[in-house]
Write a protein of this length. Structure first.
Length: 425
């Protein structure tokens, strides 16, 4: 059997003869062959509770922390990765509109799984010129299929796009938001007032498009806006982990961050992380780790004594730290303040994050996992120090539940001493 020419595809039952991804012949129900179905990049594991994007750990992503989106919730069944990314590209740019019928059931399952409750379905519009050029609006096709399966009315004119915008994929978060200002015009208030709307798009990147659409609907009296897309774009810092885990090439595991002991096989990775941290501190003008320490000898000692830890995600090394369970001589005397908890305690040193991971909230994950390990080992507190000029580290420690309790001298340098109560975590 062969695949039907695309000009006939929409007139036939969805993908009756071949796998939607690889094109192999199918002899039973379903749109994917057994292999392609097994490697679909389902969005499992930690997600942002607001926009639904994949995150390093549970909790709001940094974008949603900075500014809450206008929608109530947004979810997608897949990561924008692997074969789903290829299929969305074909649906949008290679005249494969029938793929909307294949994606819709996955979206319906996600709708039910997350307890959405909508009165009607709407979609992110395109300009008339863009629709004429492509021949269809893929978001409208998805919305039509989802509405039919959920037995909900489709509001085809809930939103219209009145301004041509630049391509979103080439813009950052702030540029996306500015690019979308005033581009959506909602239907008259009488059609929307008091309703809960399910707003559909094909991809969620930062959530800016859906948030702008939700804001326009709310201005006309819509009560709640639930958003849904086929796929959600992972944060750039998580892409290496997805690649390492071979998502889209083998059945995807539920990816979660892990803090594990290093071996000498990890030595080059540890050196690279520390070297990158030293460079980053220098660029910020912070006189920390600029005297050659920690050097190779110290890092090897960490590994051989079982103190070295790697923070990994999907096999990608995101960060490093050293956990000391036998006390720290330099912590015996403080310049000011006092430790809140008696010995024995655990100490943490040499925290370093990869360049791609900085600013993503991974430091909180590292501190949380380290705290959990120390607590399981029977310690009541975790101690750490940082340079007075390292404001980012100080904020990260405070967010992770550490308290600045005074000052301590480390290798002839006055440092800030922090302590965390593990009995409450």
């Amino acid at each position: 059997m062969t695949q039907f020419p695309k000009r006939f595809a929409d007139k036939l039952p969805v993908n009756v003869y071949t796998c939607a991804d690889c094109g192999r012949d199918l002899f039973d129900d379903g749109d994917f062959c057994a292999h392609c179905a097994s490697i679909l990049p389902y969005l499992r594991g930690s997600i942002c509770p607001a926009c639904g994007r994949r995150t390093v750990a549970n909790g709001l992503c940094l974008d949603c922390k900075k500014e809450a989106p206008a929608f109530t919730l947004c979810r997608a069944p897949f990561d924008y990765y692997g074969q789903v990314r290829r299929l969305i590209y074909k649906m949008k740019f290679r005249n494969r509109p029938y793929l909307a019928q294949i994606f819709a059931p996955f979206m319906v399952e996600t709708y039910k799984e997350h307890g959405f409750s909508a009165d009607a379905v709407a979609f992110i519009p395109m300009t008339e010129k863009a629709v004429k050029k492509r021949g269809y609006n893929q978001a409208a096709l998805l919305a039509k299929c989802v509405a039919e399966e959920l037995n909900l009315p489709l509001l085809e004119s809930a939103l219209s796009k009145v301004k041509t915008t630049r391509k979103q994929r080439r813009l950052n978060k702030e540029q996306r938001k500015e690019n979308l200002k005033g581009c959506f015009k909602p239907a008259p208030k009488a059609e929307l007032n008091g309703k809960n709307i399910l707003l559909i798009d094909d991809i969620v990147t930062t959530g800016a498009t859906l948030s702008e659409g939700a804001a326009a609907l709310k201005r006309k009296g819509v009560n709640k806006v639930f958003c849904m897309a086929v796929a959600s774009t992972p944060a750039p810092s998580l892409i290496p982990g997805l690649k390492k885990a071979k998502v889209g090439y083998k059945p995807a595991p539920v990816l979660t961050p892990a803090l594990t002991k290093c071996t000498m096989r990890d030595f080059s990775t540890v050196k690279k992380l520390i070297r990158g941290a030293k460079k980053h501190l220098k660029q910020q003008g912070i006189n920390q780790w600029q005297d050659g320490f920690p050097n190779s000898a110290a890092l090897k000692e960490d590994i051989l004594l079982g103190r070295a830890r790697i923070l990994s995600y999907g096999g990608y090394s995101m960060g490093y730290c050293c956990l000391e369970f036998n006390g720290e001589k330099d912590y015996e005397t403080l310049l000011s303040g006092a430790w809140q908890f008696p010995t024995p305690y655990a100490a943490m040193h040499r925290v370093a994050l990869s360049k791609k991971t900085r600013g993503t909230g991974a430091s909180l994950t590292l501190f949380t996992l380290a705290s959990e390990e120390c607590k399981k080992a029977g310690f009541q507190s975790l101690r750490i120090d940082t340079h007075p000029d390292n404001k980012k580290m100080q904020r990260a420690l405070s967010s992770a539940g550490f308290t600045n309790i005074g000052k301590v001298v480390i290798r002839d340098t006055e440092m800030l001493a922090f302590e965390k109560d593990l009995t409450q975590s």
